[in-house]
Design a protein around this ligand. Structure first.
Ligand code: KIV
Ligand code: ZN
Length: 516
C-alpha cells in the first residue's frame, strides 16, 4: 500500500521556528458538541456504536455527552464509560452541583466543567459578575477533583473574554486542581493570528496542558485550531465531519491530517480509518458529508480534468498531496466534459475493455458530448458507449454515415423524419413517416437506401442504461438479409431516436461488410 504525503517545502522553513509538542491529544466531542448539530439526535445505541468507532480510530478523549440533557443521554454515557474502551471518557457539566453529580454518576474518567467568562455572556446570559463566575468555577472544579476524576475546565466564549480576567480564571482553576484548560472560540470569531496570540499569552500564565475548541462560523475552525497548536496548545477539540452547533466545530479528519501531513505532529489516530468513521457518523446522524469536503468527501481524491488525470497517472503526487490510502479513501477518475483520452482509456482498462486509437478518440468525443450536456459518465454509461463504438466499423470501412437527422412529432401530426447520409462518400437526403419518431427515422433511412430493401428489421430492443429521463438509451437491432443472415448492432445516445438510427446504420454497415 502506497502511503505518501507531498506538501509544500516552505512549511519546513517556517516550522523550524515553531516549538511544536511531540504529540497532540485529540479530544473528540462528536457525541456532545457534534450532537448539538441542529436536527441531530442519537439514540443510546447509536452513541455507543460511534464511541466504539472513535476508540478504534484512536482518539484520546471521547466526550460522550452532557448528562443533564436527558435520561437517555445519561444511559448512553454510562454505557460508553463501562464499555472498556481505551479512550478517556468524559462528560460535560456546568458549574452546578447537579450537573457534576450527574457526570460523576455516569462513572466517567473526566468531567469537562465550563462557565462563560465573556462580559457578553456574563451580562446577558448568566447575570453574574466576573468575580461570581470565577468563584463558581473554582468551587466546582474543587468539588469534582475531590471525587478523583480528571478535570478539564473551559472558559466559555474565551476568545471574547477580557485577557487579564481570562488568565485569572484559568490560573485559579488550575490552582483548584484542573488538569487541563480548554480555550473555546465559542462563536468562531477569532483569526489564526488572534488564536496564536491568545494561546501564547496563556502558555505564560499556566503550566497545565492547553486545549483549543474552535467553532466554524467563519470557516476558520481548523485553521484556528492549528494556529493554537503553533503557539503551544497540546490538545484540540474536534468532531467527525465537523459536526457541531451552527456551522460546526473543527473537523477531526482535517485537523488530524493537517497536524500529521503539514506539521509532522503525529496524533495517535489510525488515519486509514478516517473515511470509515466519517461514513458511520454520516449514516447515523443523517448529516450528509458534502462531496467537496476535505479528506473524506467523495471528491477528495477524484480527478476529472484530462491534465490532472494525466498527471496523477504519471505520478500521484502531482495532484494528490496525500495518498488516498492514508485516510482510507480511494482515487476516482471521473469522466465528463473535462476528460481526456488518457483517463477514458484508464477507465476502459478498469472495465476490462480494450480499444484502438480511433475508437478511443470516438469514445472520448462521446463522453465529452455528454459532459457538455451536464452529465457525468458512469461506468455503465462508458461500457455502453464503448460497446456501441466497438460495434461500429473503422471509419475507412464505413459505407454509410449519418450526417443529420431532424424529426417532427406530436399528438396532431404524423411523425416525420428527414435524414442526410453519405453512402460511399456520396450524399443523399430524404424523409419518411411512421407510427412514431423512431419508426419515421428508420423509414427515412430505408427510403434513401434502396439497396437495403432486402434487409428486414427482425428485432428492435431499447434499454435505459441509467436512471432518469436523461438516461443513456441503448438500442439493439437485429437485421436479417434475404438469405437469413443476421446482423446485430447497437447504438447508445441520450436521444432514443438518434440511438436507434445509429444502431440501424451500424447494422447496415455490418451488412455491407458481410460481418455478422
Ligand atoms: O463552544 C463552546 O464554548 C462549548 C463549551 C461547552 C466548551 O462547547
Ligand atoms: Zn462548542
Amino acid at each position: 500500500m502506497q502511503k505518501e504525503v507531498f506538501v509544500s517545502e516552505f512549511i519546513e522553513r517556517v516550522s523550524k521556528e515553531l516549538k511544536l509538542p511531540k504529540r497532540i491529544r485529540i479530544f473528540d466531542t462528536t457525541l456532545r458538541d457534534g450532537e448539538q448539530t441542529p436536527g441531530v439526535s442519537l439514540t443510546p445505541d447509536q452513541k455507543i456504536l460511534i464511541a466504539r468507532q472513535l476508540d478504534k480510530l484512536g482518539v484520546d478523549t471521547i466526550e460522550a455527552g452532557f448528562p443533564m440533557v436527558s435520561e437517555g443521554e445519561r444511559k448512553a454515557i454510562k454505557a460508553i464509560a463501562g464499555a472498556g474502551l481505551d479512550a478517556e471518557i468524559c462528560a460535560l457539566a456546568r458549574c452546578v452541583k447537579e450537573d457534576i453529580d450527574a457526570a460523576l454518576d455516569c462513572d466517567v474518567d473526566c468531567v469537562h466543567i465550563f462557565i462563560a467568562t465573556s462580559d457578553i455572556h456574563l451580562k446577558h446570559k448568566l447575570k453574574l459578575s466576573r468575580e461570581e463566575a470565577l468563584a463558581r468555577a473554582v468551587e466546582w472544579v474543587e468539588y469534582a477533583k475531590k471525587h478523583g476524576v480528571v478535570v478539564e475546565f473551559s472558559a466559555e466564549d474565551a476568545t471574547r473574554t477580557n485577557l487579564e480576567f481570562l488568565k485569572q480564571v484559568y490560573q485559579a482553576v488550575v490552582k483548584a486542581g484542573a488538569n487541563r484548560i480548554n480555550v473555546p472560540d465559542t462563536v468562531g470569531c477569532i483569526t489564526p493570528r488572534g488564536m496564536n496570540y491568545l494561546i501564547s499569552q496563556l502558555k505564560q500564565a499556566v503550566r497545565v496542558p492547553i486545549s483549543v475548541h474552535c467553532h466554524n462560523d467563519f470557516g476558520l475552525a481548523v485553521s484556528n485550531s492549528l494556529a493554537g497548536v503553533e503557539a503551544g496548545a497540546e490538545q484540540v477539540h474536534v468532531t467527525v465531519n465537523g459536526l457541531g452547533e451552527r456551522a460546526g466545530n473543527a473537523s477531526l479528519e482535517e485537523a488530524v491530517m493537517g497536524l500529521r501531513a503539514l506539521y509532522g505532529v503525529k496524533p495517535r489516530i489510525k488515519t486509514e480509518l478516517l473515511v470509515e468513521t466519517s461514513d458511520l457518523v454520516e449514516r447515523l446522524t443523517g448529516v450528509m458529508v458534502p462531496p467537496n469536503k476535505a479528506i473524506v468527501g467523495d471528491n477528495a481524491f477524484a480527478h476529472e480534468a484530462g491534465i490532472h488525470v494525466h498527471g496523477v497517472l504519471e505520478f500521484a503526487g502531482t495532484y494528490e498531496p496525500l495518498s488516498p490510502e492514508l485516510v482510507g479513501h480511494h482515487r476516482r477518475l471521473v469522466l465528463g466534459k473535462h476528460a481526456g483520452a488518457r483517463s477514458v482509456n484508464e477507465q476502459l482498462k478498469d472495465l476490462g475493455v480494450e480499444v484502438g486509437k480511433e475508437q478511443l478518440l470516438e469514445i472520448t468525443k462521446r463522453v465529452k458530448e455528454l459532459g457538455d450536456k451536464g452529465k457525468v459518465v458512469t461506468d455503465t454509461d462508458l461500457r455502453a458507449i464503448a460497446e456501441s463504438v466497438l460495434g461500429t466499423l473503422p471509419p475507412e470501412e464505413k459505407v454509410v454515415e449519418l450526417k443529420e437527422i431532424t424529426v417532427l412529432t406530436g399528438s396532431t401530426v404524423t411523425p416525420t423524419a428527414s435524414v442526410r447520409v453519405t453512402v460511399r462518400g456520396g450524399e443523399r437526403a430524404g424523409s419518411g413517416t411512421g407510427v412514431g419518431p423512431v419508426d419515421a427515422a428508420i423509414n427515412a433511412i430505408r427510403n434513401v437506401m434502396k439497396e437495403i430493401s432486402a434487409l428486414r428489421l427482425k428485432e428492435y430492443h431499447l434499454d435505459a442504461i441509467t436512471g432518469g429521463s436523461d438516461a443513456l438509451a441503448e438500442v439493439t437491432v437485429k437485421l436479417e438479409d434475404d438469405k437469413g443472415n443476421l446482423y446485430i448492432a447497437k447504438g447508445v445516445r441520450e436521444d432514443v431516436v438518434i440511438a436507434s438510427v445509429d444502431a440501424m446504420i451500424n447494422g447496415i454497415n455490418r451488412y455491407f461488410a458481410g460481418r455478422k
